[in-house]
Each structure stands twice: as C-alpha cells, then as structure tokens.
Ligand binder design. Structure first.
Ligand code: GDP
Length: 522
C-alpha cells in the first residue's frame, strides 16, 4: 500500500478523453516529472480539488511534448483510494494514453493491478467489501434494474442491513459474556427464552434478504432467453428490435440464421441473454439441421422461451413443433407482424396449443406439478431450499385453474395460462407489453421501487446462509437446554459470517481474488 500506482482508467479505445490515474504517496512527485503546467507552479504544491492546464512532456527526450492535458489534483484522505491522486485527462487515443502511462511508470509509479484502486479504497477504509463489489457491478451493469440495484449497494444498502444484524448479535454476545464473567451481579435466568424471541426477527430479516437472491441473480446476469419460431417468423428482426442494432441478418430467404447468436439486451429495465436460434422446421440441409438441433437444446435449458408466431401466414406443422418446444416451460407467445392483416384466427392457435399441450394423458396433473416445481427453481434457484412460498403455490394454482378451463385467448391475454403479446418486430411495437409480461413472470413486483436491498452476489448469499444456520443452532441449543456458552460459539459464528460480507473477517487470498476480477484502471 505504500507505493505509487498508475493505470489508464478510461477504456483503451479511441475516444474523446482518456484518463491516466496515478495514486499513492509519490503521485504528485511523479506528476511533477512529466507535467509542464501553463502557469509556472510546482505540481507537488497544488491545492486539493483543483484542475490545471498544461502539457505532458518526456524529460528523457528533450522535453518532447506528448499531449495537451488537464490535470486533476485530489489529496489524501479525501480521494477514492484515500491516497494522493492525480488524474491526467488527455486526448483519448490508445497510443497517446499508453505513452503517458509509460512516462508515469518510468518516473516513479508502478503499473496498477486490476482493481487495485478500488482495493486501496477498501483497505483504506473508505468502502467496505460489499461496496467495492458494487463498484464492479455498476461497471458491468447491462440494464436499468442491474444498475439500480448495484448503485443502491454502492451507497451502502447491504452494509447497513448487515451492520444492523451484526450489532444485534454482538449485543447478545456481550451480554452473555458479561453475565458469565460476573455471575454474582448478572443473572441469566429466563434469558434463553428471551434470546430465542430476539433471534426470530433477525433470522427472518436474513431469510428475507436471501429470498431476493434469485431475482438478484436474474437482475445481474440476465434471463437466459431463447427465441423460437419457424423460418421467417421474425426472430432476427425481434432480436434486432431488442438490441437496436442490426446484429442478426434479416432476410426473406428461409433458413438464413443457421448458427446461434447470443446477445445481452435490455427490454426496458430487464436484462435478457437472448439466443437467436435457427428456424425450426424439417430441414433437409445438414448444416441447418445442426442449427435446429441446437435450438432445441437451448430451448430445453432456457429460463424463458419467446415463441414467435407469424400472424401473416397460416398456421402449419412448423408452428405445432414450436408449441411442443414450449410444453412445460416458461414461455411467452409472441404474435408477430401485428402491422399486417392476420392470416389466422387466434382461437385456432389457442386450439392448436390446447391440443398439443394436452397430448399426454397425464395432463394436467403432470404439467401443474412440473410448473409448480419449475416456478420454484426458475423463480429463485436457491430460495427453494429456504421456504416454500405461499404465493408461488398461488401462481401454480392459478395456472392450473386456467389450464383446467382450457380457455382460449381470454381478456387477460393468455392462452391456456401462457401469456400472449402482440408485437411487430419490424415496427418495434409491443415491446413494452413484452417487458411487462416478463416482469410479472420473473419478479415479485417490489423491485421496481428500486429501494429494496437485493442480494445479487453469491458470496453474500452464502455468508447469509451460514449465518442463518448458526442462528438455528443457537435456537436448537436453547431448546436442548444447553449452557449459555454454547450459544456464544454459534452466535460468534453468525457474527463472523456476516462480517465476511462487509470484508472484516476475510483472508487476504479472498480479497485478492475478488479484486482480481476487476477491470484494469479501476
Ligand atoms: P427469421 O427467419 O425468423 O429470423 O425472420 P426475419 O427476422 O429474418 O424476418 C423475415 C421477414 O419478415 C423479413 O422480411 C422481415 O422484414 C419480415 N418481418 C419480420 N418482422 C416483421 C413485422 O413485424 N412486420 C412485418 N411486416 N414484417 C416483418
């Protein structure tokens, strides 16, 4: 921590401005060797939070001017790293940035490791580990929801919750220790019952936090989504409408999308990892068949299937095949080409779907049990183990009910329980309805507020799970009538697990691993 580091903090691609960040006790001395200010002054004497205009020059090459720049001066401890920091704003060319960084390195700084600036902020006590991890999440956020949850975490939302839990546990630990040390003045009669009562809300708080993790994962990583539909249904057009780029090739020739394209796209605030598959049909062409096989495989493993139907053409056997793919899966039916006149009656599609989905004699029991099971795994992943939420049961019953009625397209826009959205991939209409359908399928609803603390990090989830386990052990010891020092051991374990989240009980290796995942210059 006592050397001076430097790195390019902006991206190393051609851009308007490039930033070279220098941090450490020698930051201003390094700057002085390479910066020639317009107004003669000593850069090591600059006041904090000031900006200076000048040039970067190479002292070893007859003061050759490398670039014109602005230099920002931030003084310890009120900086991101808590150390003296100089940031050189130069022109954003990869070559010029590398030259300036090279000069800083030749003149007293060493190259920063990935994440080292943030690591210094953590080691300097400016942020805790959960906030440091949030810095990374803000940088890698790919949707509004992901950004919202990581900014919230960056402002200390997770830390505040964890601190509150730790403080409550520490109070109990202190009380037990004091009473054991001084039995004459402190009596523990009746305390175990009281402790059990107090632990319940803490455990509840932890479980609530843990229950956000399933949604948190989806927010952070995106919903693995597969678009299926017969050739020319508009799969590539839909992907392009969602990405806003012409990544997929849109053509009138059937079977042009032969390989798999994956795109991280945001539909409104939700991040989707969309896989554009080869058109599903009975292909004779071998290459195309490989593509279709893969499409089927992806559909089997996806979190969500977007089943695209071309309303401008009559329903056919290929559409039937698509319906088979969505059987028992989380799916949304998209009626594409809403801008054109429809070539089939929606009731015919409903009929086809009903026919296909009720093929097996096990219907609807098998489907409903599976939907229920899937609801659990898809909605939360790990939450399943924690609590069998009543509302999920509700979901599945609702779905079951609508399956039983065998209703056709109803007012709530679903066919036998599968949401239906009308879109025009070409005209880009209906995307908001699609977003709403996905939201109600995957999120419990309160994430929109952006105020709920969400656990997005598997490390935090694991620590919470262990802390919760330790509290259960305390409760067990109380019920078994074990002596108070038994409680202390497990309470201490719970405290330690929680402390790992904020980075107080972690070993150096873990800290290094976490920061090594950061990008260069951060
Ligand atoms: P894919 O084979 O399923 O990927 O289909 P494409 O995205 O390549 O689209 C096939 C054809 O349908 C292209 O000519 C598109 O322009 C057209 N298309 C796609 N979506 C729409 C839509 O919403 N409305 C209309 N009118 N045409 C569309």
């Amino acid at each position: 921590m006592n050397d001076t580091i430097a790195a390019i903090a902006s991206g190393i691609t051609a851009s308007g401005i490039g930033i070279i960040r220098i941090s450490g006790p020698e930051a201003f001395a390094v700057l002085k060797r390479i910066f020639r200010p317009k107004k003669a002054a000593d850069p090591t004497k600059y006041r904090a939070n000031t900006i200076h205009y000048g040039f970067i020059a190479d002292p070893e090459h007859e003061e050759e001017i490398i670039d014109e720049c602005l230099v920002m001066i931030m003084r310890a401890p009120h900086t991101f790293t808590t150390e003296d920091t100089a940031e050189i704003n130069c022109h954003g060319g990869p070559y010029v940035m590398k030259r300036i960084l090279g000069l800083a390195l030749k003149n007293g700084a060493r190259p920063a490791e990935p994440g080292e600036f943030t690591k210094r902020a953590f080691l300097g006590g400016r942020i805790d580990l959960s906030e440091a991890e949030a810095v990374m999440d803000v940088i890698s956020a790919r949707s509004g929801d992901a950004l919202k949850s990581s900014v919230l975490q960056l402002s200390g939302s997770v830390r505040r919750k964890i601190d509150h839990l730790r403080e409550s546990i520490m109070n109990e630990l202190a009380y037990i220790e004091a009473a054991l040390d001084d039995p004459e003045h402190m009596d523990l009669t009746g305390y175990p019952e009281l402790l059990e009562e107090r632990l319940c809300p803490l455990e509840e708080e932890m479980r609530t936090l843990m229950s956000t993790f399933g949604e948190g994962r989806i927010i952070r990583e995106g919903i693995m989504t597969v678009i299926v539909g017969k050739p020319n249904a508009g799969k590539s057009s839909l992907l392009n409408a969602m990405t806003g780029e012409d990544r997929a090739i849109v053509t009138d020739i059937e079977g042009t999308t032969r390989d798999i394209l994956e795109e991280q796209v945001a539909v409104g605030g939700i991040s989707l990892r969309v896989i554009d598959t080869a058109g599903i049909r009975n292909a004779e062409n071998e290459i195309e068949q490989i593509g279709i096989g893969r499409a089927r495989k992806y559909a089997e493993h996806a979190d969500l299937i977007l089943a695209l139907f071309d309303t401008a053409r009559a329903l056919d056997e290929n559409d039937r095949e698509i319906i088979r793919l969505i059987k028992d899966r989380k799916a949304i039916i998209l009626l594409n080409k809403a801008d054109l006149e429809s070539a089939f009656d929606e009731n015919d599609l409903a009929e086809l779907i009903r026919e296909e989905l009720s093929q097996k004699e096990s219907f609807p029991e098998e489907l409903s049990t599976k939907a229920f099971r899937e609801g659990l795994t898809l909605k939360t992943g790990i939450q399943e183990a924690l609590s069998e939420k009543a509302d999920m049961q509700g979901d599945s019953f609702e779905r079951n009910a609508s399956l039983n009625t065998g209703s056709e397209t109803d007012e709530s826009n679903n066919i036998v329980g599968i949401p239906v959205v009308r879109i025009s991939a070409r005209e880009m209409t209906g995307l908001t309805d699609l977003e709403n359908a996905i939201r109600s399928m995957f999120f419990s609803g309160n994430l929109n507020a952006g105020e709920e603390t969400i656990i997005t990090n598997a490390r935090h989830f694991d620590a919470l799970r262990r802390a919760c386990g330790s509290l259960s052990l305390v409760k067990q010891s109380i019920r078994d009538g074990l002596p108070e020092d038994f409680y202390s051991i497990d309470l201490m374990d719970a405290y330690r697990s929680l402390s790992e989240i904020v980075g107080e009980e972690v070993d150096e290796d873990l800290v290094n691993t976490i920061f090594s995942k950061f990008c260069m210059g951060k």
